[in-house]
Design a protein around this ligand. Sequence first.
Ligand code: GDP
Length: 426
Amino acid sequence: MVKAVVGANWGDEGKGKITDMLGKEADIIVRFQGGANAGHTIINNYGKFALHTLPSGVFYDHTTSIIGNGVALNIPTLMHEIEEIVKQGVPMPKIKVSDRAQMVMSYHILFDKYEEERLGGKAFGSTKSGIAPFYSDKYAKIGFQVSELFDTEENLKKKAERICDTKNVLLEHLYHKPLLDPQKIYEELLGYKEMIAPYVCDTSAFLYDAIKEGKQILLEGQLGSLKDPDHGIYPMVTSSSTLAAYGAIGAGIPPYEIKQIITVCKAYSSAVGAGAFVSEILDTDAADELRRRGGDGGEYGATTGRPRRMGWFDCVASKYGCRLQGTTDVAFTVLDVLGYLDEIPVCVAYDVDGEITKDFPTTVRLERAKPVLKTLPGWKSDISGIKNYNDLPENCRNYIEFIEKEIGFPITMISNGPSRDDIIYR
Ligand code: GDP
């Protein structure tokens, strides 16, 4: 049985915690897209961890962690992450890396940085992890697949030369930066070969067998629906699909095997980087307070430490985000944080040039959208530690039920704290 854990919004919904929690029942956890540009924060009995490349299942000794073919594989980052968790007492995880995954090269990171510099004020707010240049090369068919590391020396050298020829034109004439040396790129590849060799696997075949054996498999998404390159707020999106459907491609499994799609929705909104964010809290003090209280230590990027932009819950974006994921269950997270508010605004519709809509518009119209807010009463109490739905304060249940009705997908899990056990099933 394959389940996916994905985000409904702009990312940072708390997918890491939900995956870590569901990991208890899983045999295999798979990362199927994205790279080291975003991170999950996980708090468990070993401590607090920021994971960027490893799936959130690495803390259990009964699970196998897979880096699927859809991932932007940064090998030094992966090695560093493994070292860090082992240093903190986590048993060495079982990790398999797809032989069809492609590698983020040092020059992808340079190009990401140079392009943001070139764009200046019009930059995308990239984390400069090389993700956009990486995926551009993948689809331009000039990327390096892990399997190529095991090709002949001659072929690998020739390809390194070919890539440098192309890249150096841009470095010289567009960016005015130092040129790449093919020998250095070749040596970089040899270094990666040595590091990754123990983990390389035909993960698609491994998963196919696991499905046949009835193993429990979790697909873990990065970011959320609104950052999807096709269905999100293009161009302020990420470079690989954030949708559960892509889990089939990025892991190499049949799409019909994904039986449960758990879409994680945070009880308020946050976003990073530029782009339309309709329910953004414009009052700086109110936004600062929610940011400070948010998550488990404030709403700051797990990878970059950047303060996140804060907003009220957006029913329009979340309904759309859940629909695109193919949601079977909503996990509603970080609800405990809202206990300080007297009343809680919720965005129930958009006003686009005077037209009221509940449908999420394309980017051009989204930029002009204004939020239609409805204010719900707060519950003014600390709900952490509560285990049963009916023990939640009435206004808190009303908040959940109101949102459930607006988004039209069942909220079956409510997370009321950062730990694995802080969960209420409905
Ligand atoms: P992800 O990328 O979707 O995994 O999300 P992040 O890890 O960036 O953000 C979620 C943050 O909220 C993390 O710091 C979690 O530890 C924390 N978190 C997750 N669920 C809850 C919750 O229910 N309550 C609180 N207070 N924090 C939570």
